[in-house]
Design a protein around this ligand. Structure first.
Ligand code: ATP
Ligand code: MG
Length: 475
């Protein structure tokens, strides 16, 4: 064989293989998943654009509602899903591109998830789905909704808008976000940040709104009124204050020994202000203070409660932003804007720890209120509140005299023990008598109960002085 013949044979064979390959490739039907998208957009995959916006895990219900409202406004749309391995790891546009080349993905069932939208309320939301609709300018778009896939290492939820032009995609995304904010699922709720079982991710938990009457909060004359005026009163006059150039943002510090009612007072305020969003930050949740402050600003009127802020002041760990937590807290308080109807309520039983930090960066706390140990009048009221309502005042007086320095927590436990004493005697009346109360008090004051006493907030003799000089008068 001549060399030229060999060459042309090789050439012909190469061409044959190539054409056969093309033939096989073209004979593979385009998966319905791809044709549904490209058919709707009337263009090939390689010329589409995709705009994505991510949100934190706890925004999924709001995002779902926002997308739902968007689709509804355009005549509704049916969701469809994607089947195939590895889809959780990939963006929808990558899934579509891959599906066009190899047999990996196709149309599948829509994934739904159940998320909380209240203390006892849940909602079914799309956690992996696509819908065909139009952009505000009328151009066809495909919306993808994706929830967190923590088990696959994907945090946060997101909306993807696939369109033929960036303008259409962006306009659709903006409109979805606007609708999402109109009916935010977190608005008006009491929320606390926690840690999920998956990879320590952040989670939001909904708490029921307490309903406490003023008669259930036993404090020295005027204290509750002062607190309420500062937190609720300013909010009630928000518009008039703003119109007169006054700021709305406020900071309240409640300080006093353990068990005297700081948290109790906060709970009273929450009940007193229905519809106000409350973000409760305690312990490890402090890491999310910046997010909480941003949420508070967005969902105002809002209250951000930072419990046991002295622990934060001591915490040498750094927040996500890279500064000590206390400064992150201050920055969050500063960053919220004076015109925001947001109250920061800080509680501590060690005001002196904070005093210097707060004095160095003034303007964060505009009211510091001491929640002291109950005086005789308050101790009598606490006895009455927690179960001795029917005992004659003259019988309660000796108890009041003997419980100087004890806190409200102590009285709650005292009443429980008195009920136990009465039960030991057999089923008598429904409330304990003065004798039962005295017996219970004896039990609690006995030497070996010293630890119980201090756990309930009673001053230990050696520490008494230290406690009493704990006031934050300089704040
Ligand atoms: N002033 C009060 N009036 C009525 N009940 C109270 C009062 N203070 C406390 N209690 C009762 O005692 C419980 C414990 O009090 P609370 O948690 O408010 O203490 P605290 O001041 O926040 O203490 P800590 O500094 O340890 O956080 C409350 O749940 C409430 O039932
Ligand atoms: Mg507390």
């Amino acid at each position: 064989m001549e060399i030229d013949d060999a060459r042309s044979l090789a050439h012909a064979l190469q061409k044959l293989v190539h054409e056969a390959y093309n033939l096989i490739d073209e004979s593979r039907p385009i998966p319905v998943l791809v044709s549904r998208v490209t058919g709707h957009l009337s263009c090939e995959l390689k010329s589409v654009v995709c705009v994505t916006q991510s949100f934190r895990n706890w925004e999924l219900a709001s995002l779902h509602q926002g997308v739902g409202a968007y689709l509804e406004a355009r005549g509704g749309a049916d969701w469809f899903g994607v089947s195939g391995q590895g889809r959780e790891h990939n963006d929808t546009i990558d899934i579509l591109t891959t599906a066009g080349r190899v047999e990996q993905y196709d149309i599948g069932a829509v994934d739904y998830a159940t998320v909380s939208v209240g203390p006892d309320e849940t909602m079914e939301v799309v956690s992996f789905g696509l819908a065909l609709t139009t952009a505000p300018d009328g151009a066809p778009v495909v919306i993808g909704l994706r929830g967190p896939a923590e088990e696959y290492g994907r945090e946060g939820c997101r909306v993807e808008v696939i369109a033929t032009s960036r303008e259409s995609a962006t306009a659709a995304r903006e409109e979805i976000e606007r609708l999402m904010r109109l009916k935010d699922a977190l608005r008006g709720q009491i929320l606390t940040f926690g840690v999920s079982e998956h990879r320590g991710n952040s989670l939001v938990t909904f708490l029921p709104r307490p309903s406490l009457g003023p008669a259930e909060v036993i404090l020295p004359e005027g204290v509750l009124e002062t607190v309420e005026r500062h937190v609720a009163g300013i909010g009630e006059h928000a518009e008039a204050l703003l119109a007169r150039g006054q700021h709305l943002k406020r900071g309240l510090l409640l300080h006093g020994p353990p068990g005297t009612g700081k948290t109790h007072t906060v709970r009273y305020l929450m009940g007193r202000m229905p519809g106000v969003t409350v973000l409760v930050m305690a312990g490890t949740a402090m890491r999310f203070i910046s997010e909480a402050a941003a949420l508070a600003r967005r969902l105002q009127p809002a209250i951000v409660v930072v419990e046991d802020v002295d622990l934060v002041a001591h915490d040498r760990r750094f927040s996500d932003e890279g500064s000590p937590l206390l400064f992150t807290l201050f920055d969050a308080m500063d960053g919220i804007g004076a015109d925001a109807d947001v109250t920061f309520v800080l509680t501590t039983n060690r005001a002196e720890v904070l005093e210097e930090a707060l004095a160095n960066r003034p303007g964060r706390v505009d009211l510091a209120v001491e929640v002291p140990r109950p005086d005789a009048r308050c101790r009598l009221a606490l006895l009455r509140l927690y179960g001795a309502a029917s005992v004659a005042e003259s019988d309660l007086e000796p108890l009041v005299a003997r419980t100087d320095g004890m806190t409200a927590s102590f009285f709650k436990e005292l009443l429980r023990r008195a009920v136990l004493v009465s039960l030991r005697e057999g089923p008598t009346g429904t409330t304990p008598s003065a004798a039962h109360l005295s017996a219970a008090l004896e039990e609690m004051l006995r030497g070996h109960e010293a630890l119980t006493r201090s756990l309930l907030g009673a001053p230990r003799p050696a520490l008494r002085h230290a406690h009493e000089t704990n006031g934050a008068d300089g704040l």
